[in-house]
Structure formats: C-alpha cells, structure tokens
Design a protein around this ligand. Structure first.
Ligand code: PAF
Length: 320
C-alpha cells in the first residue's frame, strides 16, 4: 500500500459525486474514506474499488469504504455529499468523525444545509461549497466524470483557523485537478447555483429531458425563465449580492444547460431510479422563503407539487 498523506478526509455518501471525489483524491495520495450507511455495499465497494471513466481516461481507486463511523475517528475534513433529503439521517452517524479541529463541508445541491450540520459541529467548523464538476452514477461504485468546472468554498462564519484548513482543502482539490477557490462570502455562490438548479432540475425530471434540451423548446424555456425570475427576485429581497441582472441570471442558466448539454440532471437521475428528489431544497425552498418574505413564487410551487406528486406515484404514468 502506498504511503498516503497524513491528512484524513471522509466523504459521506457513495453517490455519483462522492465516488468521483473519493477516487480523485485517492489518486492524489490522500488518506480518503467513504462513509456509507449500508454495510454490505461498503464491503463490496472496498473490495471492488471505485471505477471512474471520463473522456480522457478510466481508472479504479481503492479508498477505504466503511459503514462504521467509529472505525474512522476524528477527521481533518468531512465532506457531506449525500442527497439533501438524507442529510438529517447522515449527520446522526457523523458524530465520531468530528473532533474540535474538524471542518465539515457541505457540497450538496440546494440551500439550508448549515442548519442541519450545526447539530454535529459548531458554526465555525462548518463550510459550504458548490461545485460544477459533473458525475453520473452508472452502477454501484462506477461513475462517469461528465464534466469539469470550478469549485468554490466558504465558511459559514469567520474563523481564521478554520479558514486555513479550508484553504488546505482547496489546495488538495486543486492538486487533484479540481480547480478550487475559497471566498469570504459563500452565499452569493450558493444562490447562483441554487438559481441554476431552480431552472434545470425539476423541469428536466418532469419532462424527461437532458439539460441541453431545455432551452430548445419554447415551453420549457418559458417555464425555466419564470422559475428563475422568481428565485432571482427572492434573492434581492433577501439581500444576497448576486451581482447578476435578471438577464444575466437567464444567460447563466442557459450556459450551464449548454455546458452540461448531455447531462441528465441529478433530479432526472433520481426520477429514473425512483429515488427521493431534492425538490424541497431547491424549488420547494424558494416557495417556502417566498411565503415568508411575501414574494410570489407560483411557478416554483407548481414545479414542486408536480415533482412531489410524481415521486409519490413512483413516476408512473397514472391511468385513473
Ligand atoms: O444537479 C445537477 O444535476 C447539477 O447541479 C447541474 C448543474 C444542474 C448539472 O446537471
């Protein structure tokens, strides 16, 4: 076995993104583990390794995979990559991984994860981030690296020690080929990503379209623009410095559709596998905040209700 570097990092969840990151860091000699909640799957993944295919290469990595958090002990970094709806369950198992110097980083889609994470870590130990890396789970432990893009990280509250640790994480990611930066205020980035997900995920899941197809139909383009406009208006009301006009917000969503044209969005992948979706943390969160702040969000509400209903019906075509 190679000499892994001395830092300890655990990724929570062997989903598409968790597997990709674990395999990428493993290649960089990082002491990386994946915490799974399914013991059988953890055993299989540990034995078979994580396989990654991309346009350029294919490789197999052998990070430590376990379902026993006690066996891991306190980590330098814990990266939460479970689906938003699984955060509450996941954090019940993360306790043994969090020591006084641990930084807990959520790289999940959606909004509001810091409040769940504050149950196991102090606010100054919590960081949020967004990534434009794309990954599709082809099979258990087998992912396609679907595209590369920047990763941005920031602390929830200012803390010099935690910032140093976050910068070390960004360095590790950069060295592993994930271009990463640490910013003072992460919230504008979280909101820009949220707006992208608002404009893409529910529509791709409901219509069964890849990201690139959404702007090609006048109906989906119009719905996308309406949903994005509601989220954009809400960001203004919340005082988020998006630094984007509404027109620029539409352009941003459009360019993500183009850059990830062949991708099945994470919510479309959830639909195909009939898994719980992240709707409540994306369009549903917009509707919730809109209600609190008096901003009308009817399109996001309709998208939320349709995704929730279809999830409940198992995404079958109901014939009643
Ligand atoms: O959730 C996703 O699928 C991704 O965040 C994005 C950017 C929409 C690309 O598919």
């Amino acid at each position: 076995m190679q000499d892994r570097n001395q830092f300890k990092l655990t990724i929570i969840g062997p989903g598409a993104m968790g597997c990709l990151l674990a395999a990428t860091l493993y290649k960089q000699d990082c002491h990386v583990s994946i915490l799974d909640y399914k013991p059988d799957r953890a055993k299989r993944l540990k034995k078979a390794g994580i396989q990654v295919v991309s346009l350029k290469e294919a490789w197999t990595a052998f990070p430590n995979v376990t379902a026993e958090p006690e066996s891991l002990g306190p980590q330098d970094w814990v990266i939460v990559f479970v689906k938003a709806a699984q955060t509450a369950d996941a954090i019940k198992r993360i306790g043994p991984l969090v020591g006084p110097g641990t930084l807990v980083v959520s790289l999940q889609n959606g909004i509001g994860h810091e409040s769940a994470l504050s149950k196991i870590a102090k606010p100054e130990q919590i960081a949020l981030g967004i990534t434009s890396q794309g990954s599709t789970l082809l099979n258990e432990g087998h992912v396609r690296h679907a595209g590369s893009g920047p990763t941005t990280l920031g602390l929830v509250i200012h803390n010099p020690e935690a910032k140093d640790r976050l910068i070390s994480l960004a360095t590790l990611l950069n060295n592993a080929g994930w271009p990463s930066q640490v910013v003072e205020d992460i919230y504008p980035y979280i909101w820009r990503k949220l707006i992208v997900n608002v404009g893409i995920n529910a529509l791709t899941a409901l219509c069964g379209l890849t990201n690139g197809k959404l702007p090609q139909y006048s109906e989906t383009l119009r719905l996308q623009k309406m949903a994005v406009a509601e989220a954009w208006t809400l960001s203004l009301k919340k005082g988020i410095t998006l630094d984007l006009s509404l027109e620029e917000a539409h352009d941003m969503v459009n360019s993500v559709c183009k850059a990830t044209a062949k991708n099945r969005s994470s919510m479309l992948q959830d639909r195909i596998k009939n898994r719980p979706t992240e709707i409540d943390y994306i369009n549903g969160a917009i509707t919730e905040m809109g209600r609190e702040l008096g901003v009308a969000t009817p399109v996001n509400e309709v998208l939320t209700l349709l995704v929730r209903l279809n999830s409940r019906l198992g995404w079958k075509d109901p014939i009643i």
